[in-house]
Write a protein that binds this ligand. Structure first.
Ligand code: SF4
Length: 595
């Protein structure tokens, strides 16, 4: 019998035939990898053929749930989508939220894996009767939200769907998978579904799952709910993550015009403090969430959820300061199903290429809102210059040649988020070594830079320790799965997460066990990447960030010397028990429980 909160099985569906089989998940696997990103990593080791093309039929893509899904614990209605990324060629997990997580899990599975490919646009339906394919020709070409709505109207009550937009259909390498307006955003997993011609996966609950100790879970849920209204989440409730924009600008950490500057004169026009009064139309939250961080804005004729990252990427990164234009661009990304960070990063790189004469696109200039909208539309359809930009900045730079690769803003192919590594050295390390590539959700080392407890212009043991600690915390939160915006309410996070896990599963987990679990998951991701061709040089930052200093608002010149980054990486490898090239010892591999 499976532990509380689990079914002990994954459903593996062949999209080519619509047939499915059950993969048993024994307790050792579940306890070792929890769920979400962790269990998804284990599934990719087990099911992904080595070297498979992420956009090929053999590549599996997994929707992975967790033991906490379906409990009253706040922010627990989340799921991970895990596959080999067509953007990075490495392991990618992207999280999304809400009812799909609950209904998907209550189909009776801890994960739903899709492999194979359909011969025509289809929707994959899964409920208590198993899996089957339905024609989706009429949904092809629609934005994900429209496809989801139409599919639910057709299927009837109780169905929930995750869908791709036109960019996923066109196999843009940074296309998203969306559910209820939330996106499994990074790494191009929408392109993986698009390559399978699966427009949507729809799920309907068919069963129930009970926690081992319902009383303890209820008490924990009440306690966590109360704490979720406290000061640790106030920023997210009041202004949302866009509150970071002015703060980052003030400390010269706001990447601007493709990392040519770290401050943006137009930042005040885009600030949450400015936008909130004029353009807020609603607040919203994911299912089972008491924080409600979602701030819905109107602008440029569209309504959209606004986060720091989409405003940074489509605003300062592209030199655009018109708030209506940035909101419209963000809304267009939602409609097309594009990761805003990679879209903005790739377009900003292309703007610089165009200004330097490396790309023949005189219409594409920093600060030009019309050019931004045109570039997004062309990317979504893979038309004109968009066919090149749909490949992401790394591949596009390889095609353009010259020195274009030196200022392509990516790590491992994943475009950088809105954190300036030259003024945030702990974050520089986190971005360089993370298995997903340049990402702020898998390494929260920026917290150390922002804490004031260490010098953010220096790199040393403290920065290494911070990068490892935040990476480990992310590994557990992304596997349980709990929202990162809740992280500040936990005083003893690993102990408290272990208590939640124990109440649901009946295990006697403690904080030390979850720390070991975090390290196992981080290492298993690295091992997958090594299997798929990772090289030591992939743990690095773009040349520009290491060779060109950047001026801060105080006039200080900030730089990140390659020697400093190398020293931090070496410290990270040593602390992780890796060899000098970042590879694990054979004895450590044996303890991962991978097959
Ligand atoms: S805090 Fe925001 S992202 Fe997190 S679960 Fe709540 S509404 Fe969703």
């Amino acid at each position: 019998m499976a532990p509380g909160g689990y079914f002990g099985r994954a459903l593996v569906v062949d999209a080519g035939s619509g047939t499915s089989s059950v993969l048993p998940l024994d307790e050792e696997v579940l306890r070792g990898y929890l769920g979400g990103a962790g269990l998804g990593t284990w599934l990719m080791h087990r099911l992904a053929p080595p070297g498979a093309d992420p956009l090929g039929a053999q590549a599996p893509l997994a929707f992975v749930f967790s033991p906490l899904v379906g409990t009253p614990l706040t922010t627990s209605a989340k799921f991970a989508v895990v596959a080999k990324s067509p953007l990075t060629g490495m392991l990618n997990d992207a999280l999304s939220s809400s009812h799909f997580a609950i209904s998907g899990k209550l189909t009776g599975h801890d994960a739903i894996v899709v492999r194979g490919a359909c011969d025509r646009p289809s929707a994959l339906l899964i409920d208590g009767d198993g899996a089957r394919l339905a024609d989706a020709a009429d949904l092809w070409g629609l934005p994900a939200a429209h496809a989801e709505q139409r599919l639910r109207e057709r299927l009837g009550r109780g169905w929930r769907a995750a869908a791709i937009g036109p960019a996923g259909e066109a196999q843009v390498r940074y296309a998203t998978i969306s559910h209820d307006g939330r996106h499994a955003g990074r790494g191009g997993l929408g392109a993986v579904l698009g390559a399978k011609r699966v427009k949507a996966v729809a799920v309907r609950a068919a069963t129930k799952v009970a926690p081992a100790d319902p009383g303890a879970v209820l008490a924990a849920a009440r306690d966590l709910r109360a704490r979720s209204f406290g000061p640790a989440t106030a920023k997210y409730r009041e202004l949302g993550t866009l509150a970071n924009l002015l703060a980052f600008n003030a400390i010269s950490a706001l990447p601007t015009r493709n990392f040519q500057a770290a401050t943006f004169a137009g930042a005040p026009r885009l600030a949450a403090e400015e936008l909130a009064g004029l353009r807020t139309v609603a607040r919203n939250s994911c299912a089972s969430c008491t924080i409600g961080c979602e701030h819905i804005y109107a602008g440029g004729g569209r309504k959209m959820r606004v986060e720091y990252e989409n405003v940074f990427a489509l605003g300062p990164m592209c030199g655009v300061s018109d708030p209506d234009a940035v909101l419209a661009a963000s809304g267009l990304c939602d409609e097309l199903g594009l990761d805003t960070i990679s879209a903005g990063g790739t377009i900003a790189w292309a703007m610089e290429c165009a200004e330097r004469g490396l790309i023949d696109a005189p219409w594409l200039r920093f600060g030009d809102a019309d050019a931004l909208m045109r570039a997004l539309a062309e990317i979504g359809a893979r038309e004109g210059l968009g066919d090149l930009l749909a490949e992401g900045s790394r591949r596009a730079a390889e095609q353009v040649g010259g020195d274009a690769a030196e200022f392509a803003p990516h790590v491992k192919g994943l475009e950088l988020p809105g954190y300036e590594p030259r003024t945030m050295h702990a974050m520089a390390l986190g971005l360089a070594v993370n298995s997903r590539g340049a990402d702020h959700n898998r390494s929260g080392a920026y917290e150390a830079d922002l804490s004031g407890d260490l010098d953010r212009f220096a790199g040393g043991d403290a920065q290494v320790a911070a990068a490892i600690e935040t990476e480990d915390r992310a590994a557990v939160m992304d596997s349980l799965v709990l929202c990162k915006f809740l992280r500040g309410v936990f005083r003893e996070p690993f102990e408290e997460w272990a208590a939640l896990l124990s109440a649901v599963t009946g295990w006697d987990a403690d904080g030390a066990e979850l720390r070991r679990t975090a390290r196992r998951i981080v290492l298993a991701k690295r091992v997958f990447n090594i299997r798929e061709g990772w090289q030591p040089g992939d743990d690095w930052l773009p040349e520009r960030l290491l060779s060109q200093p950047v001026e801060t608002s105080s006039g200080r010149v900030a730089a990140l010397a390659p020697e400093r980054l190398r020293a931090m990486i070496s410290g990270y490898y040593a602390a992780r028990g890796l060899d000098a090239e970042g590879r694990p010892a054979p004895a450590d591999l044996a303890g991962l429980g991978l097959r």
